[in-house]
Design a protein around this ligand. Structure first.
Ligand code: ZN
Length: 162
């Protein structure tokens, strides 16, 4: 039954009083604690990443900048900078006020698995190539923003679905 639900149905919100917003702490509790309690820390990060990536692959942005604008509109993150060397297929993205991590104490590791997967999925959709995204700086590591290393691989996206 759930597989029949598509984005247009998902976007219908029948909450005249509560509207379309929830407390961001619920998302964090779900992604950082609840998933971890059920499947363990490594698997919960993999799930958040894979979920973000699956969502990213469903998007239909024409350009990456359109995605960055969408992220801000949806309250996922604001963009500080984005550079991309299309010859090398290598990019760098710096986000702040990030959904998963802004304001977290120093956990000693990146906390934005969902965002990392989302970015990767969107780029794979745009480029039709596999895309490696690694978060190299994060509020979760004690930084004051999140920085992502992006590498578009010369491999068709359909060859691997992770
Ligand atoms: Zn982060």
């Amino acid at each position: 039954m759930l597989e029949k639900v598509r984005m247009p149905e998902l976007e219908k919100i029948d909450r005249p009083n509560l509207g379309d917003k929830i407390d961001i702490r619920l998302f964090r509790a779900l992604s950082l604690f609840s998933l971890r309690d059920v499947v363990g820390e490594d698997a919960s990060k993999t799930l958040a990443y894979a979920g973000g990536k699956a969502l990213g692959r469903r998007t239909k942005f024409k350009e990456f900048e359109e995605f960055l604008q969408w992220m801000e509109e949806k309250g996922i993150a604001r963009t500080k900078s984005f550079t991309f060397d299309s010859e090398k297929g290598i990019g760098n993205l710096i986000l702040f006020e990030t959904l998963s991590s802004a304001g977290l104490p120093n956990l000693g590791k990146p906390a934005c698995s969902f965002e990392t997967g989302l970015i990767s999925g969107v780029i794979e959709r745009l480029k039709d190539r596999r895309c490696l995204v690694r978060e190299i700086r994060c509020y979760g590591k004690g930084d004051n923003e999140c920085e992502f290393y992006i590498e578009v691989l010369d491999v068709p996206a359909y060859l691997k679905r992770m």
